[in-house]
Design a protein around this ligand. Structure first.
Ligand SMILES: [Zn+2]
Length: 141
């Protein structure tokens, strides 16, 4: 008797015992092997990926530097966005939260500003309904 890992059309996996590979082929051909989960008789041997496959995939990913490539592309795009924001806004630095609040309340002439805010300031701005967006800032190196 030999044991095969089988898979149906719907990717259910199960085990089947056969006297030999011919027996397996005959039974499948005649629709005698059915999926115990859904009753599907379209079954085939499941390809069991040995764990070594996974690690070789990892290596090939590293070889092509795929994650690094994506990261550098993302950085370039963010840098472009940062430059665009720099062009269109006034830097108020650490005073961002105060400035944004004053502009929002009409205490100061409306203008586009950029700057930094602490987590606490961010939370307050959100609570007060002051609109702002957070943009990841790429430092030139
Ligand atoms: Zn099934």
């Amino acid at each position: 008797m030999i044991k095969y890992d089988l898979k149906c059309d719907l990717s259910h996996t199960f085990e089947g015992w056969f006297s030999n590979s011919n027996d397996y082929e005959n039974q499948v051909f005649n629709g005698l092997v059915t999926c115990p989960i859904c009753g599907n008789d379209k079954v085939e041997r499941a390809i069991v990926a040995p764990s070594i496959k996974k690690s070789s995939l990892k290596i090939s990913l590293n070889k092509n530097n795929t994650p690094n490539f994506i990261e550098s592309e993302l950085k370039t795009k963010l840098r472009t966005l940062n430059k665009e924001i720099e062009k269109q806004t006034t830097d108020v630095g650490e005073h961002f939260a105060d400035e944004a609040r004053m502009i929002y309340k009409g205490e100061k002439k409306g203008k586009a500003i950029r700057g930094t805010a602490t987590k606490k300031e961010e939370k307050k701005l959100k609570e007060e309904g002051v609109p702002y967006i957070k943009v990841p800032w790429i430092k030139d190196n």
